[in-house]
Design a protein around this ligand. Structure first.
Ligand code: URA
Length: 241
């Protein structure tokens, strides 16, 4: 594993500023696994350092999933509740920044990915990847029966737009319950699709992005994805030609 200066490593991971590293060392927050004495400019590898007796957060290339609750926004600046409030505070100070992969609106719950890997982020949200995203939808009115064909047609135009939506797949579970699979991500797309046919979405939950599912991750909880899961996302987000 490559070696970097200790103060740079810790500040990039958001534990403290470069200046504060000396204090952290003095107060015993930071130590090496083998007891080697450390200075702020010591060349270290990520896996030999403990902070508060725990292994460091994953290095650059972090990808995590969060079960976003209703009521939190995906912004990092909104004065109300934000998704970063649900993560360790230091994650907000990482460099490169940990960004949400696309957005869910405040009233939508479910699977949100965050990463500090700009290339992966762009691969996932690129219109060319057409990565399927699956939403569970609860409606105010009964489905009419023609929604499946309309959404699959590739001709539906949303208000104020000039390019029709890509075909989307609707699975009906009950008169007011359905799942919708999208291959693009336009602003408030699911809500606007149902508004376009005179219905209203009362609850919206994203359950899947490509091969990633929330599983039994509790509402508000998060977990880092492992290397195999990250690779699966890279593979499934291949650009279409
Ligand atoms: N469609 C919406 O309307 N909202 C979301 O958050 C995601 C998709």
């Amino acid at each position: 594993m490559s070696r970097v200066r200790l103060d740079r490593l810790l500040s990039n991971l958001g534990y403290c500023s470069r200046r504060e590293v000396a204090v952290c060392l003095r107060e015993g927050w930071v130590r090496s696994v083998d007891g080697r004495p450390l200075k702020p400019d010591s060349a270290v590898s990520h896996d030999e350092i403990l902070f508060d007796d725990e292994a460091l957060d994953p290095p650059q290339g972090l990808l995590l999933m969060l079960h976003k609750p209703v009521g939190h926004t995906c912004s990092s600046k909104d004065p109300g509740r934000i998704v970063y409030d649900l993560l360790p505070g230091r994650f907000r100070h990482r460099s490169p920044v940990l960004a949400t992969v696309g957005r869910l609106d405040r009233e939508t719950s479910g699977l949100l990915l965050l990463t500090d890997d700009g290339q992966l982020l762009h691969r996932i949200i690129s219109p060319r990847s057409q990565l399927p995203k699956v939403y569970d939808v609860t409606l105010a009115e009964d489905l009419r029966g023609d929604e499946f064909d309309l959404f699959a047609s590739g001709t539906l135009l949303l208000d104020g737009e000039s390019t029709p939506l890509l075909p989307a797949e609707l699975q009906v579970h009950a008169p007011r319950q359905a799942s919708l699979t999208l291959h693009e991500g336009r602003y408030h797309q699911v809500r606007r699709m149902f508004a376009a046919i005179g219905n209203h979405v009362t609850a919206l939950h994203r359950q899947r992005i490509g091969g990633m599912v929330l599983g039994d991750l509790p509402v508000g909880a998060w977990r880092a994805l492992n290397a195999a899961e990250t690779q699966t996302l890279w593979d499934t987000a291949q650009p279409t030609v």
